[in-house]
Design a binder for this molecule. Sequence first.
Ligand SMILES: [Zn+2]
Length: 437
Amino acid sequence: MRRIAAASWLVGIALCLSGASAAENAEPPARVALRAARLVDGVADRARTDAVVVIEGERILAVGGPELLADGLTVLDLGDATLVPGLVDAHSHPLIVSDDYQVAHLRDSSAFKALRGLKAVQENLRAGWTTIRIAGDADVFYAHLDVRRAIDRGLFVGPRLTGAGHYLSITGGGGDINFLAPEVHVAADGLVVDGVEAMRKAVREEIKRGSDWIKLLVSGAFMSAGDRPEDVHYSAEEVRMAVEEAARHGVPVMAHAHATAGIKLAIRAGVRSIEHGTFLDDEAIRLLVEHGVYLVPTLYIGDYYIEQGSPTGYQDKMIELSKKYRDQHYEWVGKAIRAGVKIAAGSDFGGYDPAINAGEIEALHRAGMTPMQALQAATRVGAELLGWEDRIGTIAPGKLADLVAVPGDPLADLSRLRNPIFVLLGGRVVRHDAPAD
Ligand SMILES: [Zn+2]
């Protein structure tokens, strides 16, 4: 049995993330097997030991043990590593790279943001995040949707992207620029939309430009200047209009909502997911369960800012609010976990060092999930939130071969997920670090 016969397959892709040459140089062999000490499939509540996954083309053919290793099959043995499904970041902003992001938005062109955003999503992919839902991003001209187009057309290798063009915000809300003099007119980082009819048009425009999610800032935000997360911004009528108009096109709505009344209003209006959910209460948790709405708590970004500080000072507001509300946010997410709310992992990063994205999986464990539940929140549950569970999120025959290997056992130490050694996207190797042995 050959341990690694397909050297060109591995090297060709791993070294080159530009699409055309990778496709030319590194067609994967028709059928390969991956072997690892452990495998977490995204469904079972225990890891399988001495696992083998057989891959044919872009899909998984079989999952089992060494009995699957037939003569002549190319085998890549990853040793003392754990295979997990490709990770799903349910809340990312690849164009946002720094804590003074609203200033960076005014400084950088759309073209520059696209180039930087492409690099960011490629780095996220190498960190194991094979699918990313963008929760609106900081560019007037939809740079991240062009990044997705370039990846989908095969110009570059990148993760599977879905999401919203903008975060829609009220005047003075989290997607508006609130720190300039009234006589200065600029294009805000979000899309400012006020009123029911304006919402109808904005949703149509977002979808026209390629959004496959609509993102609403239903309450104020932590990171933007001049607004308060405790306040509800959109009216029930505006949110209902967004949901109704988006549904006409088969597009779901994700609602950024910290304020309790905003969370409830958004659930009742029919959104698919609540982002952040800082000020949950018992009724909000009951509504999440009853309506089958997903919660994406983005817990870790607050911890990150408390630990790291804000080099520019622009996130001093974020740090102050995070210190004030961190403990209660964890507590309410813990109650939501115990109540059976569907919870997906979302980093709220994107353009930052991608190793920190996995901090959210650790945070969900701190909030009360088992390590296995937390890993499933970043794989299977994320896929279900996207409605992509037929393609990704678990390691099972027929699924796309999006696989990540981390050294050792991540269920014993979730921080292992920060540093994968191997990443496979649709059967193609995008990362393979030299084995330690
Ligand atoms: Zn966000």
